[in-house]
Design a protein around this ligand. Structure first.
Ligand code: NI
Length: 249
């Protein structure tokens, strides 16, 4: 069930049987020479389709702009400041909590969101603990789950890509988007074959260290076929994780 394709009465009916909602969250940022700028938002959105099919859960609109300040040296990248993203997450959660949602499962596609989204959860819990939440607000639980953090994705990535998987513009994430959007697949030469690795500071430093935007990866190995393997492998694990969170006493 998709929030954007539902009526408000259908949302009311859903709330009769579940208080849990899945919110894909990602980023809009460069992903090297052959990866889409939307990679980090598209990946959790693609996985969310599988989880929806497996569980019937309600899927909220994807929060597709995240905390990506270090990518601003590349055209098309957009960032929210950490404080802005915290405000966005809190407002989204508080809006849905007003209608009775209690469990918020953020399926994440961007490592750079983790610290900020986790801080937003702490803000929400602090509102309750300090008596600052709406008195009618139910007790909330939030979970952030990275789509790649499961045995299947780790295994397939190791088998298919080994050391070429990398840390940004990874072979796996590019493969998953090629599976989701095969008509938009791109080819590009990679030089060097495997990109450098290192730390992350601000955007001009990032551009100097990682001139074509990749970190540690060779995504010319990416393919829609492996993307399908990743999808088929990860969805059961993500669906089970969602169910466990939604149903936990
Ligand atoms: Ni990414």
């Amino acid at each position: 069930m998709y929030l954007q394709l539902s009526t408000w009465q259908e949302v009311d009916a859903y709330l009769e049987q579940s208080k849990a909602v899945l919110i894909p969250i990602g980023s809009t940022e460069q992903h090297g020479p052959n990866g889409f700028v939307g990679t980090d938002a598209l990946c959790p959105e693609i996985m969310a389709r599988g989880v929806e099919e497996a569980t019937g859960c309600l899927v909220a609109p994807t929060l597709s702009i995240g905390m990506a300040q270090h990518h601003l040296g590349f055209s098309g990248s957009i960032t929210l400041r950490p404080t802005t993203l915290i405000a966005v997450v809190c407002d989204v959660v508080n809006s849905l909590a007003k209608h009775g949602f209690e469990r918020f499962y953020f399926l994440n596609g961007h490592g750079g969101n983790v610290a900020t989204v986790t801080a937003a959860f702490s803000e929400l819990y602090a509102e309750a603990s300090l008596g600052k939440a709406d008195p009618d607000r139910p007790a909330l639980r939030c979970r952030l789950k990275n789509w790649w953090e499961n045995e299947a994705v780790q295994r397939i990535s190791r088998q298919r890509f080994g050391a070429a998987e990398g840390g940004h513009a990874t072979c796996s994430e590019v493969s998953l988007t090629f599976y989701g959007y095969p008509q938009h697949q791109k080819n590009a030469a990679m030089s060097p074959e495997i990109a450098p690795t290192g730390p992350i500071y601000d955007s001009s430093d990032f551009r100097k260290r990682y001139p074509d935007g990749r970190m540690g990866s060779n995504p010319s190995l990416a393919s829609a076929e492996v993307g399908k393997e990743l999808f088929d492998g990860a969805v059961p694990a993500l669906a089970a994780d969602f169910r466990a969170f939604a149903d936990a006493p």
